[in-house]
Design a protein around this ligand. Structure first.
Ligand SMILES: [Zn+2]
Length: 419
């Protein structure tokens, strides 16, 4: 039925009011999430709202249970006066994250505020897609039943990080070089059908970048790069506080830039890719081939008794002054640095966070050398303004990042059912 004109306008004005108030609440939630705990005054200034509006909306968000009063902030120079700070109420919801990698499936549960509530490994013996999906689904069902029984708030959904070529927009896994039979697997669809829950699928390194942005060293950085150096090499790009996925949802294939034309053959078929040179197997391979060409090293003893040299061995030998070990670390740093220069010149990220088992094991010596190479080879004024950091996560953070995917969506989309 046609509505009289005036009625229509009144309805639209009322809707506008609701939209405005809803938008402002989302703005407040986002600010508290990024920068909290915050005072009401800081929220009012940061969201460009009057003190009265900010107070009213904060009160409504508290009633709805999204925000809670946290610690008290002492006012400098005003004895006795304390202003209470507001932060996200983690208890309002929880999300689950899985990481699927070569020979490891991890799981992590976080609350709405990003606090980790549970961390574990999923027992998997067969890494073919059907088997892994079955294990993920069963674990998700068990954990969800357990957390719901304990009243941990609303279940926000599941994120899955997969080490491979993943289209995040469709949840389709194109290919995993290290997982048998993972080709064109409709992972998101299969899990949604099975679990009747929100499911988000993304690539492993991008998930680590999100973990870094939300819970790690990138927390206060709207722009930064995360570079993973471990079983493979990849980059996660954070732009305007969000992970950049690219036109086809497949950004960050940083491991396959060619660094040395005459380098070793890479998994992708090219020669001298960064990944072939600096991934765990690349570094170990460099050591092995130097041993074979009779360069002196204490690592030879290990190789001679038929044991595989590990990253830990190389780090230990380097710390004890072994020349070969130090040479390989230095060379690895130069390759990583050479690759990074290209990314830094293109993105001007300000901060690059390095993580993954190669970085973890070879440590500050490696990271310092990477920084030196970037300073030496990058465009001077740009390299000078770029900080290279070592991630503080002492484990693979992909499952943690995957768990934040449904939380991201919760804050970004219409899932927020608030007035
Ligand atoms: Zn390659």
């Amino acid at each position: 039925m046609e509505m009289p004109k005036q009625g229509k306008m009144a309805v639209s004005r009322a809707n506008n009011h609701i939209d405005n108030s809803r938008r402002n609440k989302l703005l407040i939630l986002e600010m508290v999430r990024d920068k909290g705990p915050l005072s009401r005054r800081e929220i009012s200034a940061g969201c460009n709202l009057s003190m009265a509006t900010a107070k009213r909306l904060v009160d409504e968000l508290r009633t709805d249970g999204f925000i809670r009063e946290g610690s008290l902030m002492a006012k400098p120079g005003v004895p006795g006066r304390r202003s209470s700070l507001l932060q996200l109420n983690g208890k309002q919801g929880y999300a689950m994250g899985f990481s699927v990698d070569r020979q490891h499936v991890g799981v992590n549960i976080i609350d709405l505020a990003g606090q980790s509530l549970y961390e574990g490994a999923v027992p998997v013996t067969d890494y073919r897609p059907e088997e892994v999906i079955e294990s993920l689904a069963r674990t998700a069902e068990t954990l969800r039943a357990d957390f719901d029984a304990r009243r941990r708030g609303r279940f926000l959904g599941i994120g899955v990080a997969v080490a491979g070529l993943v289209d995040a927009s469709t949840g389709l896994v194109h290919f995993c070089p290290n997982l048998p039979g993972w080709e064109n697997v409709s992972l998101m669809k299969q899990l949604v059908d099975r679990l009747d829950a929100k499911v988000v699928v993304d690539e492993g390194v991008r998930c680590m970048a999100i973990a870094e942005k939300r819970l790690g060293l990138g927390r206060d950085l709207p722009i930064c790069l995360f570079v993973y150096v471990g079983s493979g090499v990849g980059a996660g790009i954070i732009l305007d506080n969000k992970v950049y996925r690219g036109k086809n949802g497949m950004s960050g294939e940083f491991g396959h830039v060619v660094i040395r034309e005459d380098g070793p053959i890479c998994n992708c078929g090219n020669r001298g890719c960064l990944e072939a040179l600096v991934s765990t197997s690349g570094v170990v391979q460099s050591v092995q081939s130097l041993i074979s060409s009779n360069v002196y090293t204490k690592l030879r003893i290990r190789a001679e008794v038929g044991q595989q040299v590990t990253l830990e061995d190389i780090a230990r030998a380097a710390a004890e002054g072994d020349k070969l070990a130090n040479m390989v670390i230095h060379e690895t740093a130069e390759y990583i640095g050479a690759g990074l220069v290209a990314l830094v010149n293109i993105f001007d990220p300000g901060t690059v966070i390095l993580g993954g088992e190669v970085i973890e094991n070879l440590g500050d010596v490696l990271v310092d050398d990477v920084a030196k190479t970037v300073a030496l080879r990058g465009i001077h004024s740009l390299a000078q303004r770029t900080t290279i950091l070592r991630s503080r996560f002492r484990f693979n953070s992909a499952a943690l990042g995957a768990a934040t995917l449904p939380v991201e969506e919760f804050f970004e989309t219409g899932m927020l059912n608030i007035g």
